[in-house]
Design a protein around this ligand. Structure first.
Ligand code: PLP
Length: 381
């Protein structure tokens, strides 16, 4: 396949940058990895220990929706964190949120249906939707508006080109933008008024720096909510997440899960059940991100990047490079080859305006952030 296929599938440039960074590392170069949204820390020690103990007896499939213990734990999570009662039967444990998207799209829509997403946004949204035969409507959000999506933006986009679904993340990737309760209520109400099914990607929940994460489930029973253990619980490679579905979609999603994936990985479900009780550990990691967030923001600003302000949540800075370049791919390539700093070009997230932006992840160590800023400074000054 060439870099852009007829149906619009594009490579994930963060992975391409990682591939090149690995080659450089193999030749002895030191690289600061700011290109991937992966926590640097492992899962909580109790998670690892539980898996060690479960190993001899965890070889089989689980039931399609997932272990009762995990789904009960998630019911407790919604009660404790969001004050919401969720039925364990409405929860399906998935192979990361990535598998949750596939189930959600096929449960709620038929191929050909149009789903709206923000631009910039997580690249897999466009690629998964196009790859599965759905249509994509992009709703632009801008740095001038703190990268926020509003009900008015949704209504205006819908008037231009109607869509059946809206896939929305708060906090978002790559911008880190997060809506408050009023902002989410506006989005939920607008979707209800337009007859649009809301898919709320809550993967960065727990990583809000300005206030508590608000779940769509606090405001409506009609949304499909998707979440994951990848980010807050530091478990990207365990491929474990979950979704909560409105009642009328549960059975169809379960049947799809039975046929597409059978069940989420058993050991990872056991790990996830324990992880839910390890929020103190997750909060320690978050405290590290919170420090890096401010350091990176100040450092990038001083170097001359266009910085809107520290991100509301997640662990990304999405910043403009107008002072240095109008070609983010070339800029990232130069940063990698000459400064040993890996970052992701904005074109991954925004095929229209992304050439003017780069994304840097501060999910790694504070020392990596400091070294990366020092190296960038050497090259840019
Ligand atoms: C917004 C968003 N959603 C979903 C995912 C996929 O996560 P996973 O499949 O590991 O749960 C990512 C990964 O970076 C993301 O940034």
């Amino acid at each position: 396949m060439t870099d852009s296929s007829a149906d619009g599938l594009m490579p994930f440039q963060a992975m391409e940058i990682l591939k090149r960074a690995k080659v450089l590392e193999a030749s002895g170069r030191s690289i600061c990895h700011l290109e991937l949204g992966e926590p640097g820390a492992p899962p909580a020690p109790r998670v690892i220990e539980a898996v060690r103990q479960a190993l001899p007896n965890a070889q089989g499939y689980t039931n399609a929706k997932g272990l009762d213990g995990l789904r009960d734990g998630l019911v407790g999570y919604y009660q404790d964190q969001h004050g919401v009662r969720v039925d364990a039967d409405a929860i399906i444990c998935t192979m990361g949120s990535s598998a949750g998207f596939i189930l959600a799209f096929h449960a709620a829509f038929r191929p050909g249906a149009r789903i709206a997403i923000t631009r910039p946004g997580y690249p897999a949204y466009v690629n998964t939707l196009l790859g599965l035969g759905f249509g994509v409507v992009e709703i632009p959000v801008s740095m001038g508006n703190d990268w926020q999506l509003t009900g008015a933006d949704i209504a205006a986009a819908h008037a231009r080109e109607p869509f059946e679904g809206l896939l929305f993340a708060s906090p978002a990737n790559p911008t880190g933008a997060a809506v408050d309760r009023a902002g989410l209520a506006d989005i939920v109400a607008t979707c209800a008024r337009l007859g649009v099914t809301l898919i709320s990607d809550e993967i960065y929940h727990g990583l809000d720096y300005r206030g508590p994460s608000i779940s769509a489930l606090e405001l409506t029973k009609d949304a499909i909510v998707i979440n994951s253990f990848s980010k807050y619980y530091c478990m990207t490679g365990w491929r474990i997440g979950w979704m909560v579905l409105p009642e009328h979609l549960v059975r169809r999603a379960e049947i799809l899960q039975q046929n597409l994936f059978i069940s989420a990985p058993t050991l990872s479900q056991i790990a996830a059940t324990v992880a839910l009780g390890e929020r103190d550990y997750a909060e320690e990691q978050k405290a590290g991100y919170a420090t890096s967030r401010l350091r990176l923001d100040a450092g990038l600003r001083e170097l001359g990047f266009d910085v809107g302000g520290p991100s509301d949540g997640a662990f990304y800075a999405y910043v403009g490079i107008s002072r240095f370049s109008n070609d983010a791919m070339a800029f990232c390539s130069r940063m990698l080859e000459e400064a040993g700093v890996a970052m992701t070009p904005g074109v991954d997230f925004d095929r229209v305006d992304g050439a003017g932006f780069v994304r840097l992840s501060y999910a790694g160590s504070a020392a990596t952030i400091d070294l990366a800023l020092e190296r960038m400074s050497g090259l840019l000054r």
